[in-house]
Design a protein around this ligand. Structure first.
Ligand code: FAD
Length: 298
């Protein structure tokens, strides 16, 4: 089974990993080791990000195909459309189709900081990309789209953001993956609103284990996500000890995922940052806890 939308029909929750294309030989070596490590946990799928403005186009494509053909894992290619022409996007999608890659994470991408840059504007929003993929390729691709439990930073309100999210689903998105979040209550609120507003596709939670103090400050500011008080206290307390920080953050993520599983989550997608250590410990612990009722071990 290659399509994530079909996997989601048969497996609940799914577990998956996200990687980014490494830039140097050393980073490539680390990425390969992480993938090898995490493969042992038999993920339901693996996804590879797409650098802003298509900066990793060839690298993303090569990795997605390699992971599916050599590592025998279901893989998904992220694809952003802002600043790209239909011709460029079509060329890439044809390559994926030829290689039998059937899963695309269809995104707009971040707008460039320099507003004076002239962009090709064949696509302005992700829903237009999704509509176009459907029109050109019918049902060949299973399409994922991004969602934001604490709203996208450009959106005025969560309600408005969910209205646009519905447009992505109505355009053909088969499942959604959330931006990283640490506050499950905010996620449940978002999911309830989305369901009430007519969004019924699976919503997969994006989880990023905290492995580094500076990094988490940077990410949470960038995506504007709330850190609950108890987690903030822990991070502050252990910020000078990498080892302790990792230990408490792993415990936090395990509890966060347990709570999500107990509240009927469709899937958990780990933002691995190409490191296996934390994700491996979290998922293997979850598998131990849920071994029986989820039938996770063969
Ligand atoms: P859209 O869904 O188009 O939304 C963008 C903004 O426009 C939102 O504020 C929305 O409310 C608003 N909007 C939508 N439709 C309309 C409309 N019709 N009229 C007015 N406003 C509208 N970025 C990368 O560069 N590479 C990646 O690989 C990547 N992977 C990601 C994976 C996940 C799971 C997530 C959550 C994000 C990822 N991103 C990635 C980041 C993403 O590209 C940015 O968050 C980007 O700013 C928005 O992309 P989108 O697809 O959500 O856009």
């Amino acid at each position: 089974m290659h399509k994530i939308k079909d996997i989601l029909l048969n497996t609940k929750p799914t577990f998956s990993f996200e990687f980014f294309p490494p830039k140097t030989e050393e980073a490539e070596r680390k990425f390969k080791l992480s993938l090898l490590d995490l493969k042992r946990l038999k993920p339901d799928f693996v996804s590879i990000t797409y650098g802003a403005g298509g900066s990793t186009k060839e690298k993303t494509e090569a990795l997605v195909i390699e992971i599916q053909n050599q590592d025998l894992l279901v893989s998904m290619a992220h694809l952003t459309c802002i600043g790209s022409s239909k011709e460029e996007i079509g060329f890439l999608l044809n390559q994926y189709k030829k290689a039998n890659i059937q899963n695309i994470m269809a995104l707009r991408g971040d707008l460039p900081k320099n507003k004076d840059i002239h962009l090709v504007n064949d696509f302005r929003y992700a829903y237009e990309l999704i509509q176009w993929i459907k029109l050109q390729y019918n049902d060949f691709f299973s399409i994922g789209a991004a969602c934001y439990p604490e709203k996208h930073p450009e959106a005025k309100t969560l309600k408005e953001d969910i209205e646009y999210l519905k447009l992505k689903v109505d355009s053909g998105a088969d499942f959604l993956i959330t931006q990283l979040f640490y506050d499950n209550d905010k996620f449940y609120l978002f999911r309830d609103m989305a369901r009430k507003m007519g969004i019924h596709v699976p919503i997969i939670a994006g989880i990023m284990p905290i492995t580094n103090y500076q990094q988490i400050q940077k990410f949470t500011q960038m995506v504007q996500c709330h850190i609950p008080k108890n987690l903030e206290k822990l991070i502050e307390k252990y910020k000078d000890s990498q080892e302790d920080l990792l230990k408490v953050s792993i415990e936090y993520s395990i509890q966060q995922c347990e709570d999500l599983i107990n509240n009927d989550i469709d899937g958990i997608h780990f933002y691995t940052l190409n490191q296996s250590n934390a994700t491996y410990l979290i998922l293997s612990e979850l598998k131990k806890i849920y071994q029986k009722n989820l039938n996770l071990y063969e």
